[in-house]
Design a protein around this ligand. Sequence first.
Ligand code: NI
Length: 178
Amino acid sequence: MAVRKILKMGDERLLRVAQPVTAFNTPELHDLLQDLDDTMLAANGAGLAAPQIGVDLQVVVFGSGEVNPRYPDAPVVPYTVLINPVLTPLGDEEDDGWEGCLSVPGMRGVVPRFKRLRYQGYDPLGNPIDRTVEGFHARVVQHECDHLIGVLYPMRVRDFSRFGYTEVLFPGLDDADD
Ligand code: NI
């Protein structure tokens, strides 16, 4: 399909609470997923949410099944399409970790996230997804699903001494697409 323009922080469309998907396995949904895939791949993203391309629906894609050049030290997360997600943290324990976002190009920040969580939702055919995950996988899910409630990761940063430009914080990291 197409590589779509990614909205940047400051665009009000990133602040909306997204609408649930009501029909699965439709040509429109498959077209949207193809655009999300093409756009995420072109930008070397670890994930992408529909609101980031201006689509007001509860759809996220994340993972790749292989090492991502923007996050070379991160564990591999299986490629997943997650629709109408519900997240349930398991315990209060949090981890700090560096995040970036294609809607906040050229920057990284340390964000606290729940260490373990259960996520539920649907795949593109309407089949239920129900997983319990931890660590980087849990972080990616929390980051992407935040996009569905109008939250960008800088809004979660608590310590702004650990927020800044990627080229300064991580010289040499492959972030050229930011
Ligand atoms: Ni993001």
